[in-house]
Ligand binder design. Sequence first.
Ligand code: SF4
Ligand code: SF4
Length: 255
Amino acid sequence: MVTLVTNLAREIKEFLENQGAATVGIVSSSKVEDALQAGGTSLMENSQSVVCFGFPVPEGVFASPVLTESQYWRAVNMLYRRIDFLSLDAANFLEAQGFQSLPLFTCFPQYTERPRYIGAAQLVPIAVAAGLGGLAKCGLLLSRDFGLRLLLGGILSTARLEPLNTGNAIECPSDCWKCIDACPVQAINRSGKVDHERCLRHSTQNPLFAEYIRDKTRRGEYGYDLLLNTLGVEDHSMYTCIACVKACPKNYTTR
Ligand code: SF4
Ligand code: SF4
């Protein structure tokens, strides 16, 4: 029988919080199996637990009346790096205790089943199961403390850690549809389904990717997903729309 590693759950939480994570939860991997597979194959055999953590984008980025999209671009790309470094460090921390562990990166790698763009792990349902927030009407994570501003990372591990629900889930008010109504290209329907391709065409510009993908020879040689992952990653693409995230009144708690 596998026993719960109680102290290790506390240690990994402290480890992540000491590195700046604003919120940390732990959930049994059996509760989020569907979120832990890529193309129908499990990310890790014998995994027992998923640790999920979040860093907020500062509220002032959304409130700023100028350069909002480009400031958001800089903020999230800095946080993506920080979160991914921390997922790597935490996976190594758990492996040093004898438990095989896989970092769950925050944005890349992605694979496509177009029009869907899919991350290796589905961090939003994992975060919901760990109590970092509730599932917002627009399909993002809605946190009591941070609204839609949390970016997520995680670690999948063979360590059977004591579950930790952060109790930060809230539900969208029944009469609020601001995030969905804010989308200028109607990429989100009222059931929360997002047309990723329609969103990306409006919300992201990547001159390098556009050049390569237009070139049939290069596209044939490298394939869409390889070009997406190498040229689309982080700083190479600029946001041109964050209207849905910006519209949420739950983002704004300071003055
Ligand atoms: S980022 Fe812009 S285009 Fe994409 S879903 Fe949000 S509002 Fe719509
Ligand atoms: S804008 Fe309204 S509906 Fe959308 S996530 Fe925020 S609270 Fe929920």
